[in-house]
Structures are given as structure tokens and as C-alpha cells.
Design a protein around this ligand. Structure first.
Ligand SMILES: Nc1ncnc2c1ncn2[C@@H]1O[C@H](COP(=O)(O)OP(=O)(O)OP(=O)(O)O)[C@@H](O)[C@H]1O
Length: 611
């Protein structure tokens, strides 16, 4: 008698749970292999161990380690999320060892019990969670779908998960991409989409790794040349193969298409002739040594201008000095995220250039809309919602006639820069979270909503993970904002101090030189106010009667005990801040200018009640 797949699974589970045995005849081979691995790990199907969760710091570190891959992955996760329309599903990406790095869930899935288990920081290896798509794909290195009762532990029996491996150009497992839902329908469709997204990430990693090489895309059919089905190969200028994607290997089966071999061992054409043809036409015909014909497209012929991660090319973008390796990394992360429209979080002490970097992100994104800075520490709590989302006429006492568009709407098509995000009251964090979910602006007291397209950049001088640990910042908001976290190091630990000092002098329109000994003394200073403090000092030194040369004695004098702006401020009594604040009629910016510190420092001091 034929029994249905469901009945088979019920019987198989009964055998597993009662006898801890694997009824291979009742299960698909991948599932029985996985169940038996789980028994080997010592897992008991009826006693799922508690879920393991790494600390927030460890998660952050793991995310940082993925480097340039993260923006690629996040962009593909977003695409998948929109492609798999419907509700009650989530997209997840885990490292090869099962550590979940990122998730995007729709709100109905977010409300299920599973959502609390499928969170960034959880470990989803087979050893930890039994048979599951993320863990089992990592173990088998093949795309898999795991339905309900096929999960080793039956607490996941409501879930259907489809995952695909993502390989680095060197063939190592770079991670696993997963789509989980509580419905079985349309899994074929989902599987194709997840696999395509994984290939897209792999191709991105390949192009990124070989951006300085000659990269060729090829396919048997012209119409597939610019699609995911094309094979990619990278060559050095002499025609030696550097790397080949799995797709390319498939096309060239039986030929020596591997690293170290030469172009003309695989194709019937000298490399030079192929390059010349590639210069003339966007597509050229190529025949391999067994006679198959391909169409090929050269993606970049000559090495790309070296990117700034190469030490040989210290980076100076107008207005933004970055020759320090950590700053260059931050700049690259931000550029990659901005181009793809992903949220960015910039952390760093006061005055390290967070806003400057946010403006750089805006420029790199190519967005034509405005850059709208919002200081979350400065917004009055009661009005934040109206300031951000606008309000209808008469929405509250003091509401402007005719209503007003909020800051988020002003940033439509551009960038919204939320400075001092760590100071945003917890109640408002929920409002921001909602915005991040659907990007719909609903004016206070008004009707309906308007969809906006905004690049979100948030900045913080406090450690948000600590704020999360202390319950002052919502963990879910942190994870949404922390898609890309770029950290700006303090000035005292930057290796490009001299460049910054010279840049500031030049930007002040001074021809003043700095003596090497003076620079050394400056570089040794602690700079608690970072670049802003350095700028203020150099401005003071050159404002009236600029010297031709700044020498050591001048710096020694200027840096004399407690003359630096920030240490000055610390040394000053609270009364001094309050007095200046009063003198300038309660104007925070003017107070900050007068004292030579950031407005945030003043906000904080006044809010603490120092003033
Ligand atoms: N990489 C850089 N190159 C040159 N100048 C810089 C750089 N970064 C920052 N600056 C200058 O330093 C000053 C402080 O920068 P910015 O306002 O961006 O810092 P911030 O970290 O946002 O400060 P805060 O935390 O107080 O808001 C500005 O005058 C800016 O022009």
C-alpha cells in the first residue's frame, strides 16, 4: 500500500523518538543522513537543548569579520525579502559554523515564537539545533529544504526552511542564506530565489576579490551573458587564470580551467587577441579547446584604479582625510552600504568626524535629495514625532498653520542623519523602528501615510551594546540600525595625524607650515575633543596674525596645562557653561562655539543639570 509523505514522516518520527534509530526507507537521504549525524552528536530528539546565544560584542566582532561581504549579503537579503512576497516569513544569513549574523522578518513572522529563536547571535549549527536548513546546509554544502517534522526537534515542526550555501572565491564556505516560513506552499519558487541570491553574493565576492584583475563573463547564449547564469573567470595581464566560478567550471568541464593554468590552454585563441577583440566589441566569440562556442564579455580590461584599502593609495577625498587603515575601512564600509541604500551606524567619540563620514556616505550614494541632519539629543521629547514625521494643521498647541512636513519627508530621495541616536528616549525608539519597517511617514494628527525612500545614517558616541545591556536602547532597533557599523577611531590613535593637521590648515586658507617637532608634540596630545579640538586649536593659532611657521615652542605654549579646548571645558566649572549659555541668550550653538566644543557636549552638560 502506498503511504503519503506525511504518514511516512509521522512513522519515521515515531521510530526516531522511541528507538533513537533512523528509518532510512521512510526519509529522503539528506534528512536521514542529518538525523543520524544528530544522534552522533549525542542529541536527544525529545530533549532539545536550550538555544545558545553569543554575547552582543561577539556578534559585532563576527559581523565585522565578514568585511566587504556584509553589504553584499544584506542587499541580497533585502531583495529576497521583497521577492518572496506574502507574509509570515523571514530571511536569515549565518556564518558557516551556524552563527546567525542577520535576519529580516516580516511583522507577522516577527510575532511568532520562532522569531525569538531565529535572532542574530543565535547558533543554528546541527550540533546546536539538530536538523535545520542553516545547519544542515553548512554540513552538506548543498541547498536544502527542511519541512516541519523533518527538523530533528519537533519544536520546529511548524517551519519550512530553504537554504543555500554561499562560497567564497577560494571555495571556502562563506555562509548560508535561508528563507524560513510557516507555510509549505511555493517552496520550489523560494528555493530558486534563495539559490539565485546566493549566486549573486558569490559573484559579488568574486568581482570584489578580482577587482584589480581582468574579469571575463561568458555563456553559450548571448541573452544569458549578463545574468547569473554566466560563468566568470579572472586573469592576470599575462593570461594566467586566477580563479573560476563554479558556473564557469561547469561550462568548461574536462578542460584545465583552474588557477595557474593559461587562457590558451582552455580556449582556441591567444590571450592578446582576445583582449584586443574585447576592446573593440562588447561581446566576442570564443571557442574552447573541445569546440564549444561561447560569447564573452570583458568586465574590466585594465586593472581598476586601486581602491583605498591598498596601502599604496592613501586616501584623500575632498574634505575627508582617511589615510589611517581603520578610517579607510570605515569609509569603504560606508560607501558600499550607501550605494546599496542600507542603513549605516557610525560610532566614535565626539569630534571624530561622524557627521563628516555621514556626508561622505550621502555623496557616495549618488542620491539627489537632501542630507538632513537631526540631532536626537536636541529634539524636545514631546515634539520628536512631529519633527520627524510632520504634522497636520492643528494637531497640537503650537502646530504650524497648514501643518508641516517632517524631517523624514525632507530627506526623501536623500539621507537622514540621526546624530546621537543613543540619546533617543526608549518610547521614541519604537516609532523609529516602525519607520524602518515600512518607510511610511504618517504625520501627527493627519490621515494616511506616504512612502519615502531614505538612506538612514545614525551616529553614536556611546556604546550602543552597553545601552542595550542596560535596557536603555531597544535590542531590535539596535539590530536594525547596526546593519553596517563603521567605527571612527579617536584622533590619538590615528596614524594620519600629520595629514589631518595639514588639511585643516589648508582648509583654513593658511599657508602656515608646521615644524616636524611641533607636529610630534601635537600628535602626542590626548585630544579628548578629537579632530574638532585640533581644528579649534589651529584656528586659534592662526586666526590673528598667522605665523609663517608653527614651531614647537608655540605648540608647547598652546597646549600648556589645561589649554586644550576639551580639557579646558572639563576644568571649567558648571557655572562657566551656564554663564556662557546665559550670555549668549540660551543659544546652544553659540555657547558651543564660544567654548570651542561640540553642541552635543553642551547639550549633555546642560541636560545633566551641570548648568
Ligand atoms: N576625516 C576628516 N578630515 C578632515 N576633517 C575632518 C575629518 N573628520 C572630521 N573633520 C572635522 O572635524 C570636525 C568634527 O567633525 P564632525 O562634526 O563630523 O564630528 P562628530 O563625530 O560628528 O562630532 P559629534 O560627536 O560632536 O557630533 C569638523 O570640523 C570636521 O570638518
Amino acid at each position: 500500500m502506498l503511504i503519503s509523505t506525511e504518514d511516512r514522516l509521522i512513522r519515521a518520527r515515531a521510530v526516531l523518538e522511541r528507538r533513537h534509530a533512523i528509518p532510512t526507507d521512510l526519509l529522503a537521504p539528506d534528512i536521514s543522513a542529518s538525523w543520524s549525524r544528530c544522534l552522533d552528536y549525542g542529541l536527544d530528539p525529545e530533549k532539545p537543548p536550550p538555544l545558545t546565544h553569543v554575547a552582543v560584542d561577539a556578534l559585532r566582532h563576527a559581523r565585522d569579520e565578514t568585511g566587504a561581504m556584509r553589504p553584499l549579503v544584506l542587499a541580497e537579503m533585502e531583495n529576497l525579502y521583497h521577492q518572496i512576497a506574502g507574509s509570515n516569513f523571514m530571511i536569515a544569513f549565518a556564518r558557516g559554523d551556524g552563527l546567525l549574523l542577520d535576519t529580516i522578518a516580516d511583522s507577522s513572522f516577527g510575532a511568532t515564537a520562532h522569531a525569538t529563536r531565529i535572532q542574530p547571535g543565535c547558533l543554528w549549527s546541527e550540533e546546536d539545533c539538530g536538523t535545520n536548513a542553516l545547519g544542515s546546509v553548512a554540513a552538506t554544502r548543498r541547498a536544502l529544504t527542511i519541512h516541519g517534522g523533518e527538523h530533528f526537534f519537533n519544536r520546529y515542526d511548524q517551519l519550512t526552511c530553504t537554504a543555500a550555501p554561499v562560497f567564497a572565491p577560494d571555495g571556502a564556505l562563506a555562509g548560508v542564506l535561508d528563507a524560513s516560513s510557516d507555510c509549505r506552499s511555493r517552496q520550489q519558487h523560494t528555493r530558486a530565489l534563495v539559490s539565485m541570491a546566493a549566486t549573486q553574493i558569490e559573484n559579488g565576492l568574486f568581482r570584489d576579490k578580482y577587482r584589480d584583475a581582468i574579469v571575463m563573463a561568458f555563456h553559450n547564449r548571448a541573452e544569458y551573458l549578463h545574468t547569473l547564469s554566466a560563468g566568470l573567470m579572472a586573469f592576470d595581464p599575462s593570461g594566467t587564470i586566477l580563479s573560476v566560478t563554479p558556473r564557469a567550471r561547469l561550462f568548461l568541464q574536462g578542460l584545465p580551467a583552474s588557477a595557474g593554468r593559461r587562457f590558451d590552454e582552455v580556449f582556441r585563441l591567444p590571450f592578446g587577441a582576445f583582449i584586443d577583440a574585447g576592446r573593440l566589441t562588447p561581446q566576442s566569440r570564443l571557442q574552447d579547446r573541445v569546440g564549444s562556442v561561447f560569447l564573452a564579455h570583458l568586465e574590466h580590461l585594465s586593472p581598476q584604479p586601486k581602491t583605498l584599502s591598498h596601502k599604496a593609495a592613501p586616501a584623500t577625498k575632498p574634505g575627508f582625510i582617511a589615510a589611517d587603515p581603520a578610517v579607510i575601512t570605515a569609509m569603504h564600509q560606508v560607501e558600499a552600504a550607501a550605494i546599496r541604500g542600507l542603513p549605516i551606524l557610525i560610532s566614535g567619540e565626539t569630534g571624530t568626524g561622524k557627521e563628516q563620514l555621514a556626508r561622505h556616505a550621502h555623496a557616495a550614494s549618488g542620491r539627489r535629495g537632501a542630507f538632513v541632519p537631526v540631532n536626537c539629543a536636541a529634539l524636545p521629547e514631546t515634539l520628536v514625532e512631529a519633527e520627524l514625521f510632520g504634522h497636520a494643521e492643528g494637531a497640537f498647541t503650537g502646530a504650524r498653520r497648514g501643518g508641516a512636513a517632517g524631517l523624514v519627508t525632507q530627506a526623501h530621495g536623500g539621507t537622514l542623519f540621526l546624530d546621537e541616536i543613543g540619546d533617543m528616549p526608549v518610547g521614541l525608539q519604537a516609532v523609529l523602528l516602525r519607520l524602518l519597517d515600512d518607510w511610511t511617514v504618517r504625520p501627527v494628527g493627519g490621515h494616511g501615510g506616504r512612502q519615502v525612500d531614505v538612506l538612514l545614517v545614525a551616529a553614536t558616541h556611546v556604546d550602543l551594546t552597553e545601552q542595550v545591556a542596560q535596557g536603555r536602547f531597544r535590542a531590535d532597533l539596535y539590530y536594525r540600525l547596526d546593519t553596517i557599523e563603521a567605527h571612527l577611531p579617536p584622533l590619538r590613535s590615528r596614524t594620519d595625524f600629520a595629514e589631518i593637521a595639514r588639511h585643516i590648515l589648508a582648509s583654513l586658507g593658511r599657508t602656515t607650515e608646521i615644524e616636524p617637532s611641533a607636529l610630534t608634540r601635537l600628535a602626542r596630545h590626548a585630544w579628548p575633543g578629537n579632530i574638532r579640538e585640533l581644528r579649534n586649536l589651529l584656528t586659534r593659532l592662526t586666526l590673528i596674525d598667522p605665523p609663517d611657521q608653527i614651531d614647537d615652542a608655540l605648540i608647547a605654549h598652546a597646549l600648556g596645562p589645561s589649554t586644550s579646548a576639551a580639557s579646558n571645558l572639563r576644568g571649567q566649572t558648571a557655572a562657566r557653561i551656564a554663564a556662557v549659555h546665559r550670555e549668549v541668550g540660551g543659544n546652544l550653538s553659540a555657547t558651543a562655539r564660544r567654548l570651542g566644543v561640540s553642541r552635543n557636549t553642551i547639550y549633555r552638560a546642560l541636560r545633566r543639570g551641570d548648568g
